[in-house]
Write a protein that binds this ligand. Structure first.
Ligand SMILES: NC(=O)c1ccc[n+]([C@@H]2O[C@H](COP(=O)([O-])OP(=O)(O)OC[C@H]3O[C@@H](n4cnc5c(N)ncnc54)[C@H](O)[C@@H]3O)[C@@H](O)[C@H]2O)c1
Length: 285
């Protein structure tokens, strides 16, 4: 019961990484305020929790909603100890030579300004509370090009830098600020960000799950619980000497593809070996 007596706020709480983190923190004793625009999902989470999880409707693109969320949590529970700024979606998918100013702003509002405002409105309620900790969801897309659409990648890189500067701003109040960089995690984000018709979503999810298992050196799909475990570490006292940094939880995605070491996995080396074999067979004939 690492989080007994702690008050936590989680955004994007109704699905995927946020939901797994709500269940992890509540499962270890925290009183969790679960915030999302998905009212049905959020209410269901709260209803199944015996009062340990409160759902609060909050659209993180609206700063007034975030302020109201943090004020409501602090008023009901007496303060805030842990914040997980996590809500998000894929954002505008246009490349840089086609993106509109509106698409760019929408993506930044959802993925970057939301995190800044989460920190802004939570921190007054966290000052001086022992072990106060903020965790922000970035991504492998913050670390390199090619993992996501352009605006998403830039927003997530912004989350990493925001994490550093906020950590210095808030150190004097004893508040730590860190980020998490998930790799390819099996959640709804892919189908909700693509134009997949409702009736094809299950099939699309199965294809994505298969791709995610083959994407990286660790030969299984990344699960929301893999990220929730790392968030709990950053939220808790075991990481009390860490601030302004990030944890990369990606099954090795950013060090190289699985075919770099696994002769069974299809990939470049496989193709080269087949070519070599074919060439040798041709020479021997
Ligand atoms: N799944 C991955 O592979 C992956 C990888 C790297 C980073 N991430 C990040 O993880 C975070 C969580 O995504 P997920 O994969 O769990 O996706 P998900 O779609 O399962 O969950 C996202 C949740 O955020 C909520 N949400 C969306 N817009 C919102 C808004 N304006 N206000 C409040 N809530 C809103 C959705 O309703 C949903 O419940 C996102 O920030 C995402 O960018 C995901």
């Amino acid at each position: 019961m690492r989080f007994a007596g702690k008050v936590a706020v989680v955004t994007g709480a109704a699905s995927g990484i946020g939901k797994a983190t709500v269940l992890k923190l509540a499962g270890e004793g925290a009183h969790v305020f679960a915030a999302d625009i998905d009212e049905a999902g959020g209410e269901a989470l709260a209803a199944a929790s015996n009062g340990q999880i409160d759902f609060v409707r909050c659209d993180v693109t609206r700063p007034a909603d975030i302020e109201a969320l943090m004020n409501a949590a602090a008023a009901k529970a007496g303060g805030i100890d842990i914040v997980f700024n996590n809500a998000g979606a894929g954002g505008d998918r246009a490349p840089i030579d086609e993106i509109t100013p509106e698409g760019w702003d929408r993506t930044m509002d959802l993925l970057l300004k939301s995190v800044a405002m989460g920190i802004r409105y939570a921190s007054p309620h966290m000052k001086g509370r022992k072990g106060a900790s903020i965790v922000n969801t970035a991504s492998v897309a913050a670390l390199g090009a090619g993992y996501s659409p352009t605006a998403y990648a830039v927003a997530k890189a912004g989350v990493l830098h925001l994490t550093k500067v906020a950590a210095t701003d808030l150190a004097r109040y004893g508040i730590r600020v860190n980020a998490i960089c998930p790799g390819f995690i099996n959640t709804n984000i892919f189908t909700s960000s693509l134009d997949v018709p409702e009736e094809s979503k299950d099939a699309a999810k199965a294809v994505i799950a298969g791709m995610s298992a083959a994407a990286q050196p660790v030969a299984r799909g990344g699960q929301p619980e893999d990220i929730a475990n790392a968030v709990a570490y950053l939220a808790g006292e075991d990481s009390s000497f860490m601030t302004g940094t990030h944890l990369l939880v990606d099954g090795g995605l950013t060090i190289g593809q699985r075919h770099a070491w696994d002769p069974e996995a299809p990939g470049l080396f496989d193709a080269l070996t087949q070519m070599e074999d074919a060439a040798k067979a041709g020479a021997g004939a």
